[in-house]
Design a protein around this ligand. Structure first.
Ligand SMILES: O=C(O)C(=O)C[C@]1(C(=O)O)C=C[C@@H](O)C=C1
Length: 329
């Protein structure tokens, strides 16, 4: 909640991709266990709640180690009133297949879950249940909650909970499987063990979180011009200042075929001289640069600083040139 000058007072309100039981809720419990938790049906609604001031912050998924970027989040973050990333959290991902009590694996033909969850389990499920089909749900927990509700309402005549619902099983987070009153048909159904999803904490622009020495800066950049080497020209702005990238992916700009923006996470903080110099370089050569926040890394990995790219090196170089301009040698 905010007072008249925009400062947060009382218990902070966090919107998130709900309902209770999602991986996103697990991320929220890491970053703000005591906040007021506001479940939303999708990422766009969670972010818009922050834009409108109905929530102080949002927690949304942005990147998975197996399935890659969450395009709904990448796009919703950069369209509409400005938002910035102020933190991140990492959650280990493991899925279980749940169904109405009494259901056998052989009864399952359709599985409800979030598309990103399906993409991480489809190989294993196809082996377990040949011909199995995906029924998209707004989140893992939303699919399981629908199934649990259906069972609680008496289910179908055949007692497997399928029929009018359109699916007989749901893929959910292992940590929340017990909360639905459903039966676990298979555990650890993910195709890749040890998968991790990265979540971001999003707020309206304001004060940038202080530099910790283990930070990331998120940007959206359009390429300088549409000819040979334009991607290189953009990337050189980072390389020349010793700024490493931890993520870069293209998203269609949306106005014409073949026009792409680049969503980038760079190692370092806006307060680092080399990051400031990189942003200045991007501003000079790119037609559009959107700053989406500098924030502490969830893994606390300290940023490596290459020779000649420390704050001291940048300041010493600037002082030297200023001296030259004043006629010193
Ligand atoms: O459906 C959920 O439980 C979510 O929190 C969403 C989501 C995602 O969008 O990637 C989060 C983590 C998993 O990788 C699968 C689904």
């Amino acid at each position: 909640m905010e007072n008249a000058v925009g400062a947060t007072v009382g218990v902070e309100r966090y919107s998130f991709l709900g309902p209770a039981g999602t991986f996103t809720e697990a991320a929220l419990l890491q970053v703000a266990p005591d906040a007021s938790h506001l479940p939303m049906p999708d990422v766009i609604t969670a972010l818009d709640a922050v834009r409108r001031g109905d929530a102080d912050r949002a927690v949304v998924p942005i990147e998975n180690s197996v399935e890659g970027g969450v395009s709904a989040t990448l796009d919703a973050l950069t369209s509409g009133d400005p938002l910035v990333v102020v933190g991140e959290a990492l959650v280990e991902i493991s899925f279980v297949l749940v169904a109405a009590p009494g259901t056998r694996l052989a009864d399952v033909r359709h599985v409800a879950t979030h598309p990103h969850a399906w993409a991480q389990c489809r190989g294993t499920l196809a082996r377990l249940i040949p011909g199995v089909q995906h029924v998209p749900a707004t989140s893992t927990a939303a699919g399981a909650a629908l199934l649990a509700e259906h069972v609680a309402d008496g289910g179908d005549d055949d007692s497997t909970g399928s029929g009018e619902l359109g699916f007989e099983a749901a893929l959910v987070a292992a940590h929340s499987a017990a909360s639905y009153g459903l039966e676990v048909l298979a555990e650890g159904v993910e195709d890749n063990r040890g998968a991790v999803t990265r979540f971001v904490v999003v707020a309206r622009p304001g004060v940038v979180p202080p530099r910790t020495g283990a930070d990331k800066t998120t940007l959206l950049v359009h390429l300088p011009h549409n000819d040979a080497g334009s991607l290189l020209t953009m990337l050189e702005q980072f390389a020349a200042r010793g700024v490493n990238l931890s993520r870069i992916e293209s998203r269609p700009i949306g106005d014409a075929l073949g026009r792409y923006a680049f969503s980038i996470d760079a190692e370092g903080h806006l307060a680092d001289e080399r990051v400031t110099a990189t942003l200045q370089g991007l501003h000079r050569v790119c037609p559009f640069v959107l700053f989406l926040g500098s924030y502490p890394r969830a893994d606390r990995a300290t940023t490596a600083v290459a020779v000649g790219t420390s704050d001291e090196s940048f300041v010493a170089a600037q002082t030297w040139v200023e001296g030259l301009r004043r006629g010193l040698s």
